[in-house]
Ligand binder design. Structure first.
Ligand code: FDA
Length: 393
């Protein structure tokens, strides 16, 4: 006889564990299955090892989805403040880095331990190194075939995450299950991911590798004013990761290297006041020194400003405030923090995450077409959607 559970959750990540504890506290017999040898591997890797576990300023405007209103209900019912209270109940030291972004002071392990402890207290079982080979609908719910035998459940929650970082256990299994039950899966692509560059520009920027500077990057009517990091592979840092979610192959990026400063006007004034000064001097005062020098060399700006015509200064100003480049691509799922697209939310209840015509089948977390900006929003979605399903499954 197959072992019977009220709820089986596939995926012991952020969303799955949150859902398991919530359903367990309701007295449901819960099993979480994961093929990985460790639960919550992405939690451990997140936030540079200190997990940016939520964002106090998170609103639905911080999420991308083909159905932008879908996330509102769950996010409203489980807010960043709720998760913060849980973190504080567990005595986890935390700190606010950038505005609203909350990180563990010590280690991401604290958040994983919190979730596993909650699962234990709620009586939810977590079974690792167990792969799911197939799922079948039965009269009373679902039959889940695993490497360790056949299981049965009344409610099935799919919390398998997206495709990003296969080495951390990511698979497309959640999408396969969705298709098996005739759900639409919207095209997926890597998000919050560094850009790669064409060989010529990559070689030109090589001397800037390792340098970070604040920029305002624009693409497809979105912009982010955050640091950019030049790497030996291309462009990264928060601004680039953020805009990558809005970028499509072939699009250009406009990068303002001096946000808040009108470079053309400033250089016109400088030429009048100090004609012997140079663009290099000006950049030294406005950009990290090594970046200023290398960027100046890259552009070939030489000689005192008195030798520059108005049109030259206009050109320099344009380059500084609107440096336009066309990335070759992105690093893809190999390093992407998230997967855009996924299970079409128009087929799910925004209150419970259940499939509209299958009230015992739920999709939560990253497998769903809801993707947050950088800065703790993706975990907030994992918590909120996990709680929504856990209260119903
Ligand atoms: P998640 O991917 O966490 O979990 C899915 C689970 O399903 C995995 O344990 C996987 O092994 C399992 N699984 C997959 N296929 C399976 C199968 N066939 N059978 C059984 N199990 C299967 N977000 C944020 O808000 N703040 C941050 O600081 C960061 N930092 C960050 C760093 C890095 C390097 C990455 C890759 C991502 C982030 N993120 C983040 C994003 C965040 O990690 C992500 O949005 C959530 O982990 C998504 O939670 P889920 O539970 O939906 O999927």
């Amino acid at each position: 006889m197959p072992a019977k559970y009220d709820v089986i959750i596939i995926g012991a990540g952020a969303a799955g564990l949150m859902c398991a504890a919530t359903a367990g506290y309701r007295g449901r017999r819960v099993l979480v299955i994961d093929h990985a040898n460790k639960a919550g591997k992405k939690i451990l890797m997140s936030g540079g090892g200190r997990c940016n576990f939520t964002n106090l300023n998170s609103t639905p405007a911080n999420f991308l989805s083909a159905n932008p209103h879908f996330c509102i209900s769950a996010l409203k019912r489980y807010t960043p403040q709720h998760f913060l209270e849980l973190v504080e109940r567990h005595g986890i030291e935390h700190e606010e880095k950038a505005a609203g972004q909350l990180f563990c002071r010590e280690s991401s392990k604290d958040i994983l331990n919190l979730l596993l402890t909650e699962c234990e207290w709620a009586g939810a079982e977590v079974r690792l190194k167990t792969s799911v080979t197939g799922v079948r609908e039965t009269t009373g719910g679902y039959e889940v075939r695993t490497g360790g035998g056949v299981l049965e459940c009344g409610s099935l929650v799919v919390a398998c995450g997206g495709l990003s970082i296969p080495t951390l256990g990511a698979t497309g299994f959640g999408y396969e299950l969705a298709r098996q039950f005739d759900l639409e899966v919207l095209p997926t692509r890597a998000g919050l991911v560094p850009f790669t560059l064409h060989p010529e520009l990559k070689d030109q920027l090589a001397p800037l590798s390792g340098i970070s500077c604040p920029v305002d990057v624009h693409c497809n009517s979105e912009h982010f004013r955050e640091p950019m990091l030049v790497t030996h592979r291309g462009l990264s840092g928060p601004s680039m990761l953020q805009i990558s979610s809005f970028w499509h192959p072939g699009d250009e990026l406009q990068i303002d290297l001096l946000p808040g400063e009108d470079a053309k006007q400033a250089l016109m004034h400088l030429r009048k006041d100090k004609p012997q000064s140079s663009v290099g001097h000006y950049l030294n005062n406005h950009l990290p020194k090594r970046f200023a020098q290398a960027f100046n060399d890259l552009q070939g700006w030489q000689g005192p400003l008195q030798g520059y015509r108005n049109s030259d200064i206009e050109q320099v100003g344009q380059t500084l405030n609107r440096w336009t480049i066309k990335p070759a691509g992105t690093e893809g799922y190999r390093t992407a923090e998230v997967t855009l697209g996924g299970v079409d939310t128009r087929q799910l209840s925004s209150k419970t995450m259940a499939v509209n015509d299958r009230p015992n089948l739920f999709f939560i977390g990253e497998v769903v077409d809801v993707t947050g900006h950088l800065g703790g929003h993706n975990f907030q979605w994992a918590w909120a959607s996990g709680i929504a399903a856990g209260n119903e499954a």
